[in-house]
Write a protein that binds this ligand. Structure first.
Ligand code: PRX
Length: 705
């Protein structure tokens, strides 16, 4: 036993992280002159002494049907309740209330991927009608009512925000599954949320191809059916109304084209349902350590207040901006910072259908120039790709951003500097926003007109968020110590998710158990939120996020759970055991490599490797496709039979696999190393030398197993 315990050795908190302190960059005067928050007094307003009432400032950005009586109710920790007694409608706040003054302002500008296709401008008035008609259809044709769940599997088309806001209008809980996820992944989420209706699309453009998307709905329904769950109706939006882009047949009585059914609901107006602040607005699924995805449940009043407030102060959104967040609405970033936040503030939000580099890496800059975009918001993986494929492209176009965001994964200072100098032309302020699906909105960022920027660091906690770094024992890791630890948020905030749909114990266990001081306490001070991220706090109060401390691999800003990947690999008949590990990648941050051992009687082959890759693709989606599948004779294991992921992660990354003397089969390590590294060398696939921080991350991988 003692031996096994030793193996859970490197804790994040013990890692001393060495990197050069980066120099500060200062916000340009022109930006400061127009910023929503340029007076440092904002920090005073949101300091701890003023908590929780400080968040009234965010809630007051919204229109309430009924004002709340209790700002924060902590009677059932950690199930916090915000703005209790208040009532509002999220759709009304994002659309109706802007009509009086701004009905003909563009709410959404949609850029289809084919460059010859016309851009679609949807005014607030037009958006209002589309939402009302679809809401009428959902209510009267699908018989949906307040509190029901609906799953969407929609790509980046305007029908997605229309569908979301139509649900919000009715108080129906939407659950959008990223369009790139497989039918099977969608099916799992349908079952988990018990959605009777699936909203999908026939096809969409990606990388120049019209992808058949409806076929994924059939797969999703088959997966759900296997689990004993049947859906009532499938609503199919058509990419080009009247034309069908899919080969999958429409099932009589089950599948309906929205553009046909909606003709019965033209000009119908649906009154927005006044919802309690605490009513769930949507679910957003994300990966965790175990296989089952977590449906993060977000509230109406708290969530909307939080995204409106952070959009105003951190995205610096003004009503006359042309704000472009280049994320997918299928992820939380798109929900909060393409749809709900920007529309609540009545600005113009841009959506682009396709891939950044189609048909060439100048595309984003042409879009920005043509639309006069003032703001740009994307992930490091996109920035890296654009930098690699078109380092000089931005200079060719006459756009000017005032504000840019990076989100989703740590950004290398080198890449940050290119973003600042080349994409931002030295004129734009940058915020590096750290947060998670669970959080609703930003947790860590500089205030763009007030704080200097430091490449690679997100900055301090955002206003009203009081972060702390704890070591494994719960001791505070002091600023400037150079040690990494577990970043936690000491207080509740309005955007925090309410629970994991159907798994309240897992909610408590994953996020609160580790550092809870007293499970009986009703005082929020005893319930720090454990973010599952490692971080370092510099002497200046800036946090640098060093990555996940659970077994989640962040591929191009998307969270993939090792267990999910491994369960998908194991569905391949020949596979006995599987282990997923992260490999450092120049463009995508991390990519996944799979190690599999076969059942007796099977011989390794390229076909089996391909089956494993395909299995993962079908069950999770293309984004999860492993870079390599290694069929090995056996896995390195502890004496209790646990696969040592850090050892194979070390092999894949050409780093030191750590102590192997305690393994049950130490001899296997040399033979796996020989097999994998020889092949990688032959393919020219040797990663660059890892930074000390990356090497530590790899060494700590799998420690939660
Ligand atoms: O590890 C952190 C990383 O992404 C994780 C959250 O992923 P997800 O829930 O998909 O949400 C992504 C967009 C909000 C975090 O636990 N992460 C997110 N933002 C940053 C980051 N790592 C470093 N810097 C960031 N700015």
């Amino acid at each position: 036993m003692a031996v096994e315990q030793q193996e859970v050795q490197v804790s994040e908190a013990q890692i001393a992280v060495h990197w050069r302190e980066e120099e500060y960059y200062y916000p340009p005067a022109k930006f400061i002159g127009q910023a929503n928050a340029s007076d440092p007094a904002i920090r005073e307003r949101f300091r701890e002494q003023n908590f929780p009432e400080c968040f009234k400032e965010y809630a007051d950005l919204l229109t309430w049907d009924k004002y709340w009586h209790t700002t924060l109710d902590t009677s059932n920790p950690p199930f916090w309740k915000w703005f209790v007694g208040g009532r509002l409608n999220a759709c009304y706040n994002c659309v109706d209330r802007h009509l009086a003054t701004d009905r003909n302002k563009p709410a959404l500008i949609w850029v289809p991927e084919p460059e010859a296709a016309a851009t679609e401008v949807i005014t607030y008035q037009e958006l209002y009608w589309r939402i009302n008609e679809f809401a009428a259809l959902l209510r009267d044709f699908c018989e949906l009512k307040t509190g029901d769940r609906v799953t969407f599997h929609l790509p980046m088309v305007p029908d997605l925000p229309v569908s979301m806001l139509a649900c919000a209008r009715l108080g129906v809980i939407h659950s959008e599954v990223f369009g790139g996820f497989s039918g099977a992944a969608c099916g799992e989420r349908i079952v988990d949320s018990q959605s009777r209706i699936l909203v999908t699309m026939d096809g969409y453009y990606r990388n120049g191809e019209l992808i058949d998307h409806k076929s994924k709905a059939d797969e999703a329904l088959a997966v759900a059916k296997k689990q004993g769950f049947e859906i009532d109706k499938v609503l199919v939006w058509r990419r080009q109304p009247g034309q069908y882009a899919s080969k999958s047949p429409m099932v009589e009585g089950r599948d309906f084209f929205v553009d046909e059914v909606i003709t019965d609901y033209r000009r119908r107006v649906v009154e927005p349902v006044s919802m309690p602040a605490e009513a769930p607005l949507f679910l957003m699924y994300t990966s965790g350590t175990t296989g089952r995805p977590k449906g993060c449940q977000h509230s109406t009043g708290g969530y909307l207040s939080y995204v409106a407030g952070t959009s105003k102060y951190y995205q610096d959104i003004h009503p006359d901006d042309t704000y472009w967040c280049f994320a997918d609405i299928g992820w939380i970033t798109g929900h909060s910072y393409i749809v709900y936040g920007p529309l609540a503030l009545g600005t113009t939000s841009v959506m682009y259908e396709g891939v950044p580099t189609y048909p060439d890496p100048g595309r984003p800059w042409r879009i920005a120039e043509r639309l006069g975009a003032t703001t740009f918001h994307t992930a490091p993986t996109t920035i890296r790709m654009l930098r690699k494929l078109g380092p000089d492209e931005p200079a060719k176009y006459g756009y000017h951003f005032k504000h840019m965001t990076t989100v989703g994964e740590p950004i290398e200072p080198e890449v940050w500097r290119w973003y600042h100098k080349v994409v931002g032309k030295g004129e734009a302020v940058i915020v590096d926003t750290w947060w998670q699906t669970e959080n609703g909105g930003f947790l860590g960022s500089t205030l763009p007109a007030i704080d200097p920027m430091k490449p690679g660091s997100c900055g301090p906690g955002v206003v009203g968020i009081y972060p702390v770094i704890y070591d494994e024992k719960g001791e505070v890791v002091e600023a400037g110590s150079g040690r990494a630890g577990n970043i936690c948020i000491r207080n509740p905030w309005p955007g925090i998710f309410q629970t994991i749909w159907g798994q309240p114990e897992r909610f408590v266990d994953t996020y609160y158990k580790k550092y809870c001081r007293n499970p009986e306490s009703k005082d929020w001070h005893d319930w720090p939120y454990f973010a599952n991220d490692g971080a370092v706090l510099a002497a200046d109060g800036y946090f640098r996020i060093v990555g996940r401390v659970d077994d989640v691999v962040n591929v191009a800003g998307h969270r993939l759970g090792t267990k999910e990947l491994e369960s998908a690999a194991i569905t391949v008949e020949e596979v006995a055991e599987a282990a997923a590990v992260p490999v450092v990648d120049e463009l995508r941050g991390r990519v996944v490599e799979m190690y599999v051992a076969l059942k007796p009687g099977y011989v390794a082959s390229k076909e089996i490797e391909a089956k494993v890759a395909k299995g993962i693709e079908t069950q999770i989606g293309k984004i999860a496709r492993p870079k390599n599948v290694w069929i090995v004779a056996d896995m390195p294991k502890t004496r209790s039979g646990k696969i040592m992921r850090r050892v194979i992660a070390g092999i894949s990354n050409f780093t030191d696999p750590g102590d192997i003397t305690t393994l049950a089969n130490p001899e296997i390590v040399a033979s796996i190393k020989e097999q994998v590294q020889t092949e990688k060398r032959a393919r020219g696939d040797v990663p660059r030398e890892l930074t000390a921080q990356e090497a530590e991350e790899i060494k700590a991988f799998g420690k939660n197993e």
